[in-house]
Design a protein around this ligand. Structure first.
Ligand SMILES: NC(=O)c1ccc[n+]([C@@H]2O[C@H](COP(=O)([O-])OP(=O)(O)OC[C@H]3O[C@@H](n4cnc5c(N)ncnc54)[C@H](O)[C@@H]3O)[C@@H](O)[C@H]2O)c1
Length: 360
């Protein structure tokens, strides 16, 4: 063991943000050592500084093993670093770092606050509910009293979510690009659908138009545009007849700018904004509201295909402007707001939930 000088007893735990772990004299050295041994720097983690340590472990794909959390907790508590672990000292502060001229504290961590009964008596269809943002939305609606028809193409993962969330979640294993999937969803709802969250979506390979692969283009358009349209087409007549309903389409920063993804993904998310605005206009005054949420970077399991050479080099340049990675639960807070009755008077809104990336 190597003992380090450290102040009082640590109050770090797996839910503490990464920046606090890096600031700990012993745990910070271990974390930096792990990064260095993988050829990475602390700088590479800067968008993730506000995320809980446990989230980093989940999204690291095994690079940060779960056992590391126990090692770090012990190191933070004792100030001791187990022999044999790679360590690295904190980077020297940049000599030219400008004085901000105002004291800036550490950002307060966000805690999810459940609004009990917000969705009581309501049926909400959520696509992409087996993972990431869709799972977080389904979970929040269920914990706020709603019944969720949870749709995903991945039956195994959906079964795990159903086991976790209990009887208020009705799992529907379906591919939203099949027009018949919408009938299956309506049958599972078995009555009024109060709200629909079109969350399922896939990324492209950042390809610029001259690099576009037909298969990727078609897959992205089918899942990100056709699927949401089929479901909207299916639920809107019931919502109109009932005198109300709320639809929230998940778009992206790539719906707001040309530099956040490749040609296919950017086109698909702009198209989904078009579908949102057209529908918001067409149904204005009927009680049916159609809005969108545009997430920035979110820590989820979303698969990113290997980057196309030209396009991915171009999009990499803008990633430095990302203010930070959000957690899926943070996106669920924005999405469930628009799914809820508090979205009164909102129609055709594209709400960026991106920590301010879109205003940079
Ligand atoms: N993660 C991010 O950084 C980010 C940023 C901006 C926008 N978004 C958007 O948010 C949405 C959710 O992304 P996520 O990060 O939670 O992704 P995710 O991969 O964690 O979850 C997406 C889910 O959609 C399901 N799905 C994919 N194709 C389907 C199909 N044909 N039919 C039914 N289900 C299907 C997947 O099985 C998966 O469970 C997507 O629309 C994505 O474009 C994500």
């Amino acid at each position: 063991m190597t003992r380090r000088e450290r102040p009082a007893m640590s109050n770090l735990n797996p839910a503490s943000p990464l920046r606090n772990w890096l600031a700990d004299p012993a745990a910070g050295q271990i974390l930096r050592g792990m990064l260095a041994s993988q050829g990475q720097s602390e700088e590479a983690l800067s968008p993730a500084l506000g995320l809980p340590l446990e989230q980093l472990v989940k999204m690291s794909g095994g690079k940060f093993p779960a056992e590391l959390v126990d090692v770090l907790v012990t190191a933070a508590e004792t100030g001791e670093i187990p022999e044999g672990l790679p360590t690295a000292p904190p980077a020297a502060p940049a000599a030219t770092a400008p004085e901000p001229g105002i004291e800036i504290g550490t950002p307060e961590p966000w805690t999810e606050r459940i609004t009990s009964g917000r969705f009581a008596g309501q049926t909400v269809v959520v696509t992409g509910a087996a993972s990431g943002i869709g799972k977080a939305v389904a979970s929040r609606v269920v914990r706020e009293g709603g019944r969720v028809v949870a749709v995903d193409v991945s039956g195994d993962k959906l079964a795990d979510v159903a086991a976790e969330l209990g009887g208020a979640l009705v799992p529907v294993t379906a591919d939203i690009t099949e027009p018949t999937a919408a009938d299956t969803v309506l049958a599972a709802a078995g009555g009024r659908v109060h709200a629909l969250a079109n969350v399922a979506g896939v990324m492209d390979d950042d390809a610029a138009v001259h690099e576009v692969d037909d298969k990727i283009w078609q897959r992205v358009m089918r899942i990100n545009v056709d699927g949401p349209m089929y479901l909207m087409r299916a639920v809107v007549p019931g919502m109109l007849a009932a005198g109300g309903g709320r639809i929230v389409n998940i778009v992206s920063e790539a719906a707001l700018r040309g530099s956040a993804a490749g040609a296919a993904y950017t086109t698909s998310k702009h198209a989904l904004v078009g579908l949102t605005k057209s529908s918001a206009y067409q149904y204005a005054g009927t009680g049916v509201q159609v809005n969108a949420v545009a997430p920035g970077a979110v820590a989820t399991g979303i698969q990113v295909p290997a980057g196309a050479p030209y396009g991915s080099a171009r999009t990499a340049k803008m990633r430095v402007a990302i203010p930070g990675l959000a957690m899926a639960e943070e996106l669920a807070a924005s999405v469930t707001f628009l799914l809820s009755a508090d979205a009164v008077n909102l129609n055709g809104v594209v709400l960026p939930s991106d920590g301010g990336w879109s205003v940079a």
